[in-house]
Design a protein around this ligand. Structure first.
Ligand code: SAM
Length: 297
C-alpha cells in the first residue's frame, strides 16, 4: 500500500476504529501483527510498521469488516487458563461456557468432600458431551488434575479440532483425556463406561427460528449443527438429561448449559429423570443458564 507517511501502531489503531472495528478488537489485531502483547506495545505505539505488517493488518481488517469473526482471523482464543485453537470446525467457545466449567469444577469439589478414603484414591471420571473445540474437556483436565476426562463429539471436523487442542496440552493433562466419536452416550455404551462422577454438556439448544434471528457472524461462521437442536430447542437436552442416570455413579452430577428460557423445562426433565436434587443457576447477568442435577443410583 502506498502511504506518504509511514503508519505507526497508534495511527493504525485510530484508522481501524474509524473504519468500524471496535477498540478491543483493534488491539487484538495489533497484537497479532506485532507479535507483542498490547501492554508491551503500549510504550512503542509511535514506532512505524514494516511493509509486510501493513499488508497483514490491512488484510485482517478487510476480512473482519467482511464479517469474519476475530477468533477465526487470528485462529486462537483464550478460554479460562488455556489458549485454544479455534476455527470453522467447531463453535467458538463462549464466555458463558467458562462459567459452566466453574460450576462443573465446583461439583467435583463437592463430590470429593463427600467421598470415602478409597474413593479419593481414584481419578474422578468426567464426560464432556458435544466437545466442539474441546474447551470444556481440556479446561477440566487442566484445572483438576485428579480427573479422567472423556470428550464425546459427533462432528468429524470438531473431533479433529478437539484432537489438535488436546495435543497442545502438557503430557500430564492430555494423557487424561480420551476423545471419542459418536452420538451423545453411545461411545460410553459401546465401551461399557459407567460410574461417571460428572457429565457436563453445552449441547445445541436453539430452534431453527431462533438461529435465523442470530447475528450473521454467528450464522455464517459457527456450524449450525452446534447450535440448533430442533423444533423446541430442547431435543438434545431431553436425551442428555433422560439418559444421564444410566451412566452416573451414585451421587454423580449432570451440569448443562441451557438457553435463558429453558430453566423450567429442564428442571422438570431432570425431575422426571429421577434427579435427587435439581438447581438452575443464573449467569453473571442474572439469566437462568446452567442446570445442575444430582442423581442417586
Ligand atoms: C454448542 S456446541 C458446544 C461445543 C463446546 N462444548 C463448547 O462449549 O464450546 C455443541 C456441540 O455438540 C455437538 N453435537 C451435536 N449433536 C451431537 C450428538 N448427537 N452427539 C455428539 N455431539 C453432538 C456439536 O457438533 C457441537 O460441537
Amino acid at each position: 500500500m502506498n502511504r506518504a507517511i509511514a503508519p505507526t501502531w497508534r495511527s493504525e489503531l485510530g484508522t481501524m476504529t474509524q473504519r468500524g472495528i471496535a477498540m478491543n478488537e483493534a488491539r487484538v489485531l495489533l497484537e497479532e501483527v506485532s507479535g507483542r502483547r498490547f501492554a508491551d506495545l503500549f510504550a512503542d505505539l509511535d514506532d512505524t510498521l514494516r511493509d509486510e505488517q501493513i499488508d497483514q493488518l490491512e488484510s485482517l481488517v478487510r476480512e473482519r469488516l467482511s464479517g469474519v469473526p476475530l477468533q477465526h482471523l487470528i485462529g486462537h482464543w483464550p478460554f479460562r487458563e488455556l489458549e485454544l485453537t479455534v476455527d470453522g470446525r467447531a463453535l467458538i467457545p463462549r464466555p458463558e461456557t467458562e462459567e459452566l466449567v466453574s460450576v462443573a469444577l465446583a461439583q467435583l469439589e463437592l463430590a470429593r468432600k463427600g467421598a470415602t478414603a478409597t474413593d479419593l484414591l481414584r481419578r474422578f471420571r468426567v464426560v464432556d458431551l458435544g466437545s466442539g473445540s474441546g474447551a470444556i474437556a481440556c479446561s477440566i483436565a487442566h484445572e483438576d488434575t485428579d480427573t479422567q476426562v472423556y470428550a464425546i463429539e459427533r462432528s468429524l471436523g470438531a473431533l479433529s479440532l478437539v484432537a489438535d487442542n488436546v495435543a497442545q496440552l502438557d503430557a500430564n493433562v492430555r494423557t487424561r483425556i480420551t476423545v471419542l466419536e459418536g452420538d451423545w452416550y453411545q461411545p460410553l455404551r459401546d465401551r461399557s463406561i459407567g460410574e461417571v462422577d460428572l457429565i457436563v454438556a453445552n449441547p445445541p439448544y436453539v430452534t431453527l427460528e431462533e438461529w435465523q434471528q442470530l447475528d450473521s457472524v454467528v450464522r455464517d461462521h459457527d456450524p449450525v449443527e452446534a447450535l440448533v437442536a430442533g423444533q423446541t430447542g430442547l431435543e438434545d437436552l431431553a436425551v442428555i438429561i433422560a439418559e444421564a442416570p444410566e451412566f452416573l455413579r451414585d451421587g454423580g452430577s449432570l451440569v448443562c448449559e441451557i438457553g435463558s428460557t429453558q430453566g423450567e423445562a429442564t428442571r422438570s426433565l431432570a425431575t422426571r429423570a429421577g434427579a435427587r436434587t435439581v438447581e438452575v443457576k443464573r449467569d453473571l447477568s442474572g439469566r437462568e443458564r446452567i442446570l445442575v442435577a444430582t442423581f442417586a443410583s
